[in-house]
Design a binder for this molecule. Sequence first.
Ligand SMILES: *Cc1c(COP(=O)(O)O)cnc(C)c1O
Length: 234
Amino acid sequence: MTKIRDNLQIIGAKIKQHLSQYKRSESSALLLAVSKRHSIDKIRDAYEFGQRAFGENYVQELLDKNQQLNDLAIEWHFIGPLQSNKAKKIAEVANWVHAVDRLKIAQRLSDNRPENMPALSICLQVNISGEQSKSGISPDELTLLAKQVAQLPKIKLRGLMVIPAPEDDFIKQREVFAQVATLKGHLQKQLNETGIIVKLDTLSMGMSNDIEAAIAEGATIVRVGTAIFGQREN
Ligand SMILES: *Cc1c(COP(=O)(O)O)cnc(C)c1O
């Protein structure tokens, strides 16, 4: 399993190199290790190598893993689509939820966040590429949702998340990420104007295939699975 360590080292070095190349500070992007459908042992191995942030897409899988790994100080990021009837469970174990695109979900997360836990960090998922994807809120509706979410007591609105339509061209990859970064800037301004105090410090964007473009445009969390853990198990 030293392969996982090698992979983490390679990706870590790549992130560092891109940060430097695009004149960003060395620790301004977090590597989120997407461990969905990978074993507990693989997660332990990555943890031993120093990885702390792990991403999961399926509610039951996250709950099981959280239980089996409760001796470790893992930072769990739920990055999959979330149904409102499952929000309670996620509010009890996750540190972050990335793909919120409806007020109802955010409301449930806030209502069910245990009193003794800090506010849950969330990102709003935006849909930039239009009809290709069903999830994510359209840029037109973003401001209203953000204002409502920012005022929930047990939620800390951190920023935006995007899963762009697959694209191999570097310039086009950058264009989409640049739009998301601009959107975050506008949103911050609008929130400031309405007197809502929130610091949007997160852009969750970039995967194995478009990590450089994402870092070039300001990604603060990049989500990588296969390049760390190999092909997923069934
Ligand atoms: C699965 C997943 C990833 C990681 O994808 P890989 O192809 O395994 O690198 C990143 N982000 C989201 C939202 C995912 O669902």
